[in-house]
Design a binder for this molecule. Sequence first.
Ligand SMILES: Cc1ncc(COP(=O)(O)O)c(C=O)c1O
Length: 484
Amino acid sequence: MTDLTARLRELQAGDLPVHGGRTLAYVYDSGLAEVDAVGRAAVAQFAGSNGLDPTAFPSLLTMENDLVGFACDLLDAPPGAVGTATSGGTESVLLAVQSARDARPEVTRPRMVAPDTAHAAFHKAAHYFGVELVLVPVGADFRADVAAMTAAVDEAPERTVLVVTSAPSYAHGVVDPVTELAAMAAARGIRCHVDACIGGWVLPYAARLGRAVPPWTFAVEGVTSISVDLHKYAYAPKGASLLLHRTAAQRRPQFFAAAGWPGYTMLNSTMQSTKSGGPLAGAWAVVQTLGDAGYERLTRDVFEAVDRIVAGLASEAGLAPLRLVVSPDSTLVAMATDATCDAFTVCDEMAARGWYVQPQMSYAGQPPTVHLSVSAATLPLVDEFLAALADAVAAAVAAGPVTVDPDVAAYIAALDPATLSDADFDGLLAASGLVGEAGGAGSGGLALPERMAEVNAMLDVASPAMREALLVAFLGRLSTPTRR
Ligand SMILES: Cc1ncc(COP(=O)(O)O)c(C=O)c1O
């Protein structure tokens, strides 16, 4: 038993820390140890409970309805609004798309129209559900372009089952013009989803605190569904999100029942069937513990941290090679670098200083950026963060540009992402020096460098389709069984 605990600790030591406020993507840290403890205890208590059947585990139904009710109040839902707990943002998005598609069975070639900043979960939904994804370039302010979105819808309004908006977008942290887009969709009888997976639990409190937040909730006419994650800014343990619909009729196609087999009648509200009650109970416990007062305090803290980071970027000489891509509406910050400073190297240098900041690849003519999802727990560390960032920038400037070997770039350019083979991938690994003989357990024989800037630079010269193919091949190598 002790050996196992020690081994688990040893395994976890290689992971990013989930506490401490220094991991600025993937995890959201309230900094409140007692809140985490309550959430984790509830996860453990309900880990074996099965959300498959609400009559067998009524506790889970009660907690789900409590959470949806809380979210309805937060998101200005009218009477009659309903919701479902899901496993995460992607599942909420998938179900929003699936229910929009299945509400229109007469449409044989369904399409959805989204700004090109919409989360990749919509690409996945398009792929899974055979819905064409029409991506519309955003405007210079990184927000959805209403005229261009309208024109895209009007190319085939009869086939358009969904208009997508974000509050905010992940990559840039800005809120789309939801009022205009929802009205445009409603005028054509089309659903409008607001993806508030990352902002949905923090923006309403920001508005209550008097910050200027563009309208995006159910208060906006024409918004038909909203996704909001509990495992992000509700600071709940992983595995919990909500999908809300304005009416029960709009949610109805999301439900699935199968009685045509000899076993139990399967009745599901989500993609999963058997599902652990743990994440739901964990989220319920955290939301009950924090309540509106707790979230208001955490929102005040996280925005103070964001404001100080933004102010530091504008004023600190050591941060001059960095530039804020756009003033954030929420708690996400995107920074670009000037020609003297490589963005990917900044990420590596921050990692060397104990901070995780996330590299974002170039896209649609925009350069690579450094992403921060700021947490409340980061507030006491902002000065330390800015100092580490200035050091990281100085080190990146001193290291100079990261260049991709022209032979590697040529090799990549000659590959066809649609048919990328194992041999092609091996060739690329060899050409790029990434191939490893040793490779410890779980490495799939790949020797990953400590510093990722060269790998990221190599991926950055590839097209998005090529990046996808390379990363899928990479995942295939990583994901190999450890045989006894
Ligand atoms: C706006 C938005 N939508 C959807 C998702 C997907 O959420 P998840 O990673 O929980 O599946 C994210 C995750 O960051 C997001 O920011």
